[in-house]
Design a protein around this ligand. Structure first.
Ligand SMILES: NC(=O)c1ccc[n+]([C@@H]2O[C@H](COP(=O)([O-])OP(=O)(O)OC[C@H]3O[C@@H](n4cnc5c(N)ncnc54)[C@H](OP(=O)(O)O)[C@@H]3O)[C@@H](O)[C@H]2O)c1
Length: 334
């Protein structure tokens, strides 16, 4: 079978197709034939050499495909079942622990950029009914993180005000989930064209963060006292504004570091005099992913797929992602 591996010293020019033996499932394992993956910023960092990985590591956390072989002792799956991957394959349920989250598909373990993978039977979940493999592959990282922020940590209610930042995969899922819950959505983007699309999808107000550097203050004013939930995707590059935009007793989810925001400064009095809650979160568990799939089966949410590439176009797809022109998710299908 073919896989795509990252040869050392890493970086795009060391991404290469490698031939490997087809995997054979052992006790408690399944073999999945992958048909699609989707791009996340974390995958980009791994592929571009920003996160060190061992020789030949197979990238990509997201995958969707079908089970083609089953090891002894596996009774929850059948050959032909359609499944998708888990960012943290060892986090089955409950709160995260170091042990549950130390293995990451496509970083500390081989990922889904392969024709086939062997995995523990507990490390995949069903996909939503009627979803294509490409649609399902958008969910395990971006979809589940947005789900966890708003539904698990945020207990979002109808009428709550939610701020999403930018139009990447995670933020567009958050917009869709917030809308489903009956929340009022506010958004930022660097593109006036994308602002129109955000409004068509239900955003009440969109600010261009390139034109208005103090967009947090603007949102606070225009919402008449701030938003209840902020999905912060820029860390050091957005947190100051995220805190400004939050309402009294608001909840900020620290999710990403776009725009070079690995480190940054916080004006602490704003944090405590607003009585804000800040939750750092990384993806979610198998239990959460199953609940998200149940919810999608009930409400029919469809992911927004911007562009699709083939198996051997991974670098091209990452270059498109880096250009920041996309709206929603970028996928690869084979
Ligand atoms: N903690 C977790 O579990 C988790 C899970 C998923 C993702 N993340 C993180 O969340 C972030 C978004 O991930 P993604 O996969 O959705 O990325 P993505 O699809 O690559 O998102 C890129 C988009 O983000 C927007 N953006 C870029 N710089 C920005 C800035 N300084 N302020 C506001 N928006 C900015 C741009 O939107 P416009 O073109 O509209 O300006 C850009 O098109 C990343 O940092 C990623 O690592 C974390």
């Amino acid at each position: 079978m073919k896989v795509i591996g990252i040869k050392q010293p890493g970086g795009f020019k060391n991404i290469t197709i490698i031939e490997k033996q087809d995997p054979i499932p052992q006790m408690g394992q399944v073999v999945v034939k992958w048909h699609a993956t989707s791009l996340n910023f974390h995958d980009y960092l791994v592929a571009a050499g920003g996160i060190p990985v061992p020789e030949g590591r197979i990238p990509m956390s997201d995958g969707a495909g079908e089970i083609i072989a089953i090891g002894k002792g596996v009774d929850e799956w059948e050959v032909g079942d359609k499944v998708m991957s888990m960012f943290f394959p060892n986090w089955l349920e409950g709160k995260p622990t170091l042990k549950k989250t130390m293995f990451i598909l496509g970083e500390t373990l081989d990922g889904c950029m392969a024709e086939q993978s062997v995995l523990p039977a507990t490390a995949v979940t069903k996909i939503p009914e009627g979803y294509s493999f490409a649609e399902a592959a958008t969910l395990p990282t971006a979809g589940l993180t947005a789900w966890r922020a708003l539904m698990v940590e945020g207990n979002i209610k109808a009428g709550d005000k939610v701020l999403i930042e930018g139009t990447g995969g995670l933020s567009i899922f958050a917009l869709q989930l917030a809308k489903m819950a009956g929340a009022k959505i506010f958004a930022t983007t660097s593109s006036n064209e994308k602002a129109e699309r955000l409004k068509e999808m239900g955003a009440e107000m969109v600010i261009n963060y390139k034109e208005d550097e103090r967009w947090g203050k603007t949102i606070f004013k225009m919402t008449g006292g701030g938003v209840d939930h902020v999905l912060d995707v820029g860390g050091g590059s957005t947190m100051r504004n995220s805190i400004e935009a939050a309402a009294m007793n608001g909840h900020i989810y620290s999710i990403g570091i776009l725009g070079g925001g690995r480190k940054g400064e916080i004006t602490f009095p704003k944090l405590f005099f607003k009585h804000l809650r800040m939750t750092g979160l990384a993806v979610g568990s198998v239990e959460m992913q199953n609940k998200m799939v149940d919810a999608i089966n009930t409400n029919g949410m469809q992911p927004v797929v911007d562009k699709s590439y083939g198996f051997d176009q991974l670098v091209e797809a990452f270059q498109y992602q880096a250009a920041g022109k996309h709206f929603g998710k970028i996928v690869l299908e084979w």
